[in-house]
Design a protein around this ligand. Structure first.
Ligand SMILES: C[S@@+](CC[C@H](N)C(=O)[O-])C[C@H]1O[C@@H](n2cnc3c(N)ncnc32)[C@H](O)[C@@H]1O
Length: 220
């Protein structure tokens, strides 16, 4: 995983403009945050938060008493996130944690939430990049309070008429170090209360957002 670390190192400064956010990926992010149903006062764990593109929408949803804890392995991506947080005046509402998600200590997140655990977990376009997806997922789930909710937004090959864009989506995923066939929302579907599952697709099915109440709490 050295290559992705470099990718989100030197490339961090350009990520927001070059990642296709405006034309493609924002749509999936918005769908995922909407299905997560964050409530006022919630603490949301943003796993693989990158430059913090989820923060504005999350903070709007959780209101002045709510918070976001962003976890990312790349110091450069976190530096961009820190600049975003400072410029917007969110410093007392966003914690940034530098950690490899596969080695994240759930106790650290519980410590930052008065021992309770995060109320919600969000991961956008990140789990498909992680090397040790299952370990990262188990640790993040263990950092969420019992009954908490999670949303995973990630990519797959487009379908229907949008299949013509498959080469472009493969190129975008290869550039970002993402495995387009990882389908990480399946970990959430497996660990969810099935009655609470909600799913949305955007951009011809290229973007998938799945959200649900977590049903199990593995302790790594
Ligand atoms: C494609 S970016 C997505 C960033 C953000 N979630 C978004 O929606 O814009 C993937 C992020 O995952 C981070 N990342 C990759 N491997 C990681 C790991 N093992 N642990 C934590 N973060 C990791 C990268 O540093 C990068 O910021």
């Amino acid at each position: 995983m050295a290559a992705p670390l470099r990718r989100y190192g030197l490339g961090a400064r350009w990520y927001d403009v070059l990642s296709g956010e405006r034309w493609v990926y924002r749509a999936g992010r918005e769908a995922g945050i909407s299905l997560l149903h964050p409530r006022p006062g919630d603490v949301v764990l943003d796993l693989g938060c990158g430059t913090g593109l989820n923060f504005a929408a999350l903070l709007t949803a959780v209101g002045p008493r709510g918070r976001v804890i962003g976890v990312d392995r790349s110091p450069d991506m976190l530096d961009m996130a820190r600049r975003r947080v400072g410029a917007a005046g969110w410093s007392d509402r966003v914690d940034l944690v530098e950690a490899d998600a596969a080695a994240l200590d759930p106790a650290e997140i519980r410590d930052r939430t008065d021992g309770r655990g995060a109320d919600a977990l969000l991961s956008t376009y990140a789990l498909s990049v992680f090397g040790e997806r299952e370990a990262a997922w188990a640790r993040a789930v263990a950092a969420v309070r019992p009954g908490g909710r999670a949303a995973v937004v990630d990519m797959q090959r487009p379908h229907g008429p949008w299949r013509v864009f498959t080469p472009l989506t493969l190129l975008a995923c290869a550039t970002g170090g993402a495995d387009i066939d990882a389908h990480p929302w399946r970990m959430l579907e497996r660990d969810a209360d099935p009655r609470s599952l909600e799913r949305a697709e955007r951009k011809g099915g290229h973007l998938v957002a799945v959200a649900a109440d977590l049903a199990i709490h593995p302790r790594p």
